[in-house]
Ligand binder design. Structure first.
Ligand SMILES: [Zn+2]
Length: 87
């Protein structure tokens, strides 16, 4: 059963690396909580704690407003590694 689940480790990655502040310009740090279609991953999948999920959602929305992360992804622009062209 556990092998079938894509996200099996249920711990907060941001607590583990002791993140207290997130920069919306640091898109690489946001990738943990974005799906391949740039949607914000729900907490039940990532295992983020409430505090960091609130933080990441605010930061991702800010990054979207600054055009660092797209709001929508069409079928053509979906790629397997969405952040490769951003680096
Ligand atoms: Zn956390």
């Amino acid at each position: 059963m556990s092998e079938r689940r894509k996200y099996k480790k249920r711990y907060c990655k941001y607590c583990e690396s002791k993140v207290d502040f997130m920069d919306y310009k640091d898109v690489g740090a946001l990738r943990f909580s974005l799906s391949e279609r740039y949607k914000i991953m729900p907490r039940r999948l990532t295992g983020n704690c409430k505090r960091h999920q609130d933080m990441i959602s605010a930061v991702i929305k800010r990054a979207r407003a600054a055009a660092l992360v797209p709001y929508t992804v069409t079928r053509k622009t979906v790629v397997s590694a969405p952040f490769e062209n951003l680096k």
